[in-house]
Write a protein that binds this ligand. Sequence first.
Ligand code: 3PY
Length: 252
Amino acid sequence: SAATLKNALAKKQPGIGFWLTFNAPSICKTILAGGGFNWALIDAEHGQITDSDYYALTNLVASSGASPIIRVPYDLEWMIKRALDSGAHGVMTPMCHSADDARRIVQYSKYPPRGTRGYGPMFSAHSFGLQEKEYPAGADDNLLVIVQIESRKAVENVEEIAAVDGIDVLFIGPYDLSKFLNVQFGSEEHEAAIQRTLKAAKAAGKTAAIFCTSGEQAKMRLSQGFEMVSIVTDVGALAAAFDRELAAVRGV
Ligand code: 3PY
């Protein structure tokens, strides 16, 4: 299961994943049981997930054959370190606004001499099916560094961000993007920013990715050339199913 997503992307297969926000291995396992995903996002930015949940969730996702990606709350060195040390196959940072931000994130994600990641591979090895001593040699190359493009400043700098060596994926956060652009979700300006990011990623040979809220939307993005998409969040799917059935019984 090691590096499932990275291998899929290298073979030009779509990376199809979902968002986990509950700190509940039982929910995670239920979703993964059917198979078919090549990544899952463990959300410690907006989700109910924190450091002490990481290890169980990364290993559970990896055991199903998908790549566990952790979204850290912020792009701080210690946060990235704790995510990677817990067995994430990739780290996602919110709010990357510039090439300087991107270079810092790469630095935090790589061991010396490339970067400044501290040495502590005792637990990171397990989700790759490796022993501690086998992990460090491949870590810099196997881990995905994923930055979110979700602000006006990020879109203005997106070609430079895409060119930063060590950045693997530009991941659009469309909800924050609409807020930071101060335009309606789905408006012409919103879509233009999305398309500019897609183009910049492709021109730099990086993976273009976007958060979606349905399989249909994700399919549409794949047809536009995006290579990595999420379909739903655990909480979103659960809430929608309950709303729908409650409305049915109440007859509204
Ligand atoms: C956004 O749409 O802003 C995201 O980051 C997805 O959670």
